[in-house]
Design a protein around this ligand. Structure first.
Ligand code: UT7
Length: 309
C-alpha cells in the first residue's frame, strides 16, 4: 500500500508589516474594532516588485531544505492561489522555472480560494497513492493586498500576503490519513473578487461556522475518531471567532489549536501551510501526532484533511 507523508515544511512572509494602527491612518477603522471582530493585530504586504511566485519560491526553498531533498526530485508541483502572478501561465509553472526544475514534472495551480491548500494537499495525496507521483511540492501562496478595496473598510482590514509550502512524499506508512472536500457554487456571490475582494461578512461567518463543523465531524466519524484524538487543529486563519466555534464543536481546547491569525491576517490559501510550518518549527507538532486541517473559502469550497505526522 502506498501512502503519502509530509516530509518538510517552509513558509515566507514579506518584510513589510502593517499593524491595525497603520490601517487606522488609511481607512476609517480602529485597532479595537479589527481585533475584537477578527483577532487580527497585523499582516504582511508584499513589496511592489514581489509577486506571488516570489513568495512561493522562498517558502518552497525552505520546505525543500527541511525535507532534505534536491529540487530535481520533485515530480509534481501544485500551487494553491487565488492571486496568481498573471492570468496565465500558472504560478506553478513560474515557480518551477524559479526553482530551476528542468525534469518536466507536471505543474498546475488550484483555484479554490481559501479552501485551496486543502484541495491541493488532497490532490497531491491522490497522485501519490495512484502511483503517478512520488515527491510533490504543494504550495499555498497569495498577494491579496493587490485585491483589496480600500473603500470597503469591513473587508480590506482582514487580509494579508504570505506563502507556505510542504513536500509530500510516497511512504509505506500513513501520513495523510483521510480527506473530505466539498463545494457549493450556489453561494458563490457571498465572497468574490472581480477584481477587488467583496464579501458579505455576516453571511460568510454563519456559513463558515456551519460547514466547518459539519466537515470535521464527517471526517472524524468516518475515521471513528473524536476531537479527543486530535493533537493539533491547524485551521484556515480567517477569523479567531470562526476558529473558536469550530474548536468548541470538536470539544478541543484552544491550547490544541495553532493560531497565526493575529500576526498574518487572512492569507487565503497560504494560511494553513504558514500555520503548519510555524508549529513544526517551534516544536509543537511532533511525529505520531494527529493533525487536523480545515478551511472554507469563496466558491464556496470547504474541506478537511487528517494527517498522522
Ligand atoms: O475565508 C473566509 C473569509 N471571511 C471571513 O472570515 C469573514 C467572516 N466575517 C466576519 O468575520 C465578520 O462578519 C466581519 C469581521 C467581516 C465583520 O464583523 P461584523 O461583526 O459582522 O460587523 P458588521 O459588518 O455587522 O458591522 C458592524 C459595525 C457596522 O456599524 P453599525 O452599522 O453597526 O454602526 C459597520 O459599519 O461595524 C462597522 N464597521 C467597522 N467599524 C470600524 C465595519 N467595518 C469596520 C471597520 N472599522 N473596519
Amino acid at each position: 500500500m502506498i501512502y503519502s507523508k509530509i516530509i518538510g515544511t517552509g513558509s515566507y512572509l514579506p518584510a513589510k508589516v502593517l499593524t491595525n494602527y497603520d490601517l487606522e491612518k488609511m481607512v476609517d477603522t480602529t485597532h479595537d474594532w479589527i481585533f475584537s471582530r477578527s483577532g487580527i493585530v497585523e499582516r504582511h504586504f508584499a513589496a511592489e516588485n514581489e509577486l506571488t511566485s516570489d513568495l512561493a519560491l522562498q517558502a518552497s526553498l525552505k520546505a525543500i531544505e527541511a525535507a532534505g531533498i534536491s529540487a530535481d526530485e520533485i515530480d509534481l508541483i501544485i500551487v494553491a492561489t487565488t492571486s496568481s502572478d498573471m492570468s496565465f501561465p500558472g504560478t506553478a509553472c513560474i515557480l518551477q522555472d524559479k526553482l530551476g526544475i528542468k525534469n518536466g514534472a507536471p505543474a498546475f495551480d488550484i483555484q479554490a480560494v481559501c479552501g485551496g491548500f486543502v484541495y491541493a494537499l488532497n490532490t497531491a495525496d491522490l497522485y501519490i497513492r495512484g502511483g503517478q507521483a512520488k515527491t510533490v511540492l504543494v504550495v499555498g501562496a497569495e498577494t491579496l493586498s493587490r485585491m483589496l478595496d480600500w473603500n470597503d473598510r469591513t473587508t480590506c482590514v482582514l487580509f494579508g500576503d504570505g506563502a507556505g509550502a510542504v513536500v509530500v512524499r510516497a511512504s509505506d506508512t500513513p501520513g495523510i490519513v483521510a480527506a473530505k472536500l466539498h463545494a457549493d457554487g450556489r453561494h458563490r456571490n457571498m465572497l468574490t473578487a472581480d477584481p477587488l475582494i467583496s464579501m458579505d461578512g455576516q453571511a460568510v461567518f454563519k456559513f463558515a461556522v456551519k460547514v466547518l463543523s459539519d466537515v470535521v465531524e464527517e471526517l472524524l466519524e468516518d475515521e471513528k475518531m473524536t476531537g479527543a484524538d486530535i493533537n493539533w487543529l491547524v485551521p484556515h486563519q480567517a477569523n479567531i471567532r470562526i476558529i473558536e466555534a469550530t474548536a468548541k464543536k470538536l470539544g478541543l481546547k484552544m491550547d490544541n489549536v495553532v493560531l497565526t491569525v493575529a500576526l498574518h491576517g487572512n492569507t487565503s490559501a497560504a494560511s494553513i501551510p504558514l500555520a503548519l510550518d510555524t508549529a513544526v518549527r517551534d516544536g509543537r507538532i511532533q511525529p505520531g501526532q494527529n493533525i487536523l486541517i480545515e478551511a472554507v473559502g469563496g466558491g464556496f469550497t470547504w474541506g478537511a484533511v487528517l494527517i498522522k505526522w
